[in-house]
Design a protein around this ligand. Structure first.
Ligand code: ZN
Ligand code: ZN
Length: 300
């Protein structure tokens, strides 16, 4: 197992006894990436058996309270655990807000808080680039500026077993191939491209608060796992007014997303349970859409 995705909160606006506010934790090779941080998120991290201390990179979609209220508390905990720094990627305005909150609470943390802020864009852009993965973002269509995020492992080249056997490659051959990019064998030259195939990496996409937009397709296309807001079942008027999605819209666009597993989240508190969503998905005969619940975990 390389990692797991844990839903920490699946409620919109207000928390309910069953559902916390927004937060999705991605544990990848020992690193903790957190997408949104609604009230109570750090406790949800603990309850899920994840490490609060490991949370090193936080991605904030927008500045509505149900997505950020947990942030000051989480920062304070990280600071109390002497974590040297935390990186936060966010829509514009977070540093000013956080500054205000921390100063107002007379709290001056030692932890270095690196905040990178972005505005709306209809084109994908990179917010974090590491050796093994990239996190990209795009603007969504909420009542305030809001960003979606996708995490994608970089493709890796895998040796083609039959070719390795056919040429009986030795350890020295592998070292040379990796270093020089080619080897000479039986009087012929073989490049690394001829002996390997490119394997695409795991992709996870998080689509928080938004009304209909093509940018959902741009960001989520080809994901292995997509966590997407589905505040309403089919209340189109409300969805338009408050800048949210309906399950009906997701059912309409999902064939174009080419996603293996879609997990719905951010349910309105009008639904005490998500049974009506499950019924509609069943009725539509769709197998790869499921309703999220707090602590739902997907390993990969
Ligand atoms: Zn929300
Ligand atoms: Zn919102």
């Amino acid at each position: 197992m390389k990692g797991k995705i844990v839903l920490l909160g699946t409620s919109s606006a207000m928390p309910t006894p069953e559902r916390n506010n927004s937060g999705v934790y991605l544990l990848y090779m020992g690193r903790g990436l957190l997408f949104d941080c609604g009230e109570g998120t750090q406790r949800q991290i603990m309850k899920a058996g994840l490490s609060v201390y490991r949370t090193g990179d936080i991605f904030i979609s927008h500045l509505h309270t149900d997505h950020i209220l947990g942030l000051p508390g989480l920062i304070e905990t990280l600071d109390m655990h002497d974590k040297p720094q935390v990186n936060i990627y966010s829509i514009n305005g977070l540093s000013e807000l956080l500054d205000c909150v921390l100063k107002g609470m007379i709290y001056a943390p030692d932890i270095r808080i690196n905040i990178k802020e972005y505005g709306h864009s209809d084109n994908l852009f990179v917010v974090m680039e590491e050796e093994r993965f990239t996190v990209r973002s795009i603007g969504l269509n909420h009542v305030v500026e809001c960003l979606g995020y996708s995490f994608e492992e970089k493709p890796v080249r895998k040796f083609i077993r039959e070719k390795i056997k056919e040429l009986s490659l030795s350890d020295a051959d592998f070292i040379r191939l990796k270093k020089e990019g080619y080897i000479k064998k039986y009087g012929r030259v073989y490049t690394i491209e001829q002996l390997t195939i490119e394997k695409r990496g795991f992709k996870f996409t998080y689509i928080p608060d938004t009304y209909k937009t093509e940018n959902i397709v741009k960001l989520a296309y080809g994901s292995d796992v997509l966590v997407i807001e589905s505040t309403y079942l089919d209340e189109e008027e409300k969805a338009k007014q408050y800048g949210h999605l309906t399950l009906e819209y997701i059912l309409e666009i999902y064939p174009r997303l080419n996603v293996k597993k879609i997990i719905l989240t951010h349910f309105s508190r009008r639904y005490r349970d998500t049974g009506v969503f499950e019924e509609r998905i069943k009725q539509a005969g769709v197998k790869n859409i499921i309703t999220g619940r707090d602590f739902l975990t997907i390993e990969f």
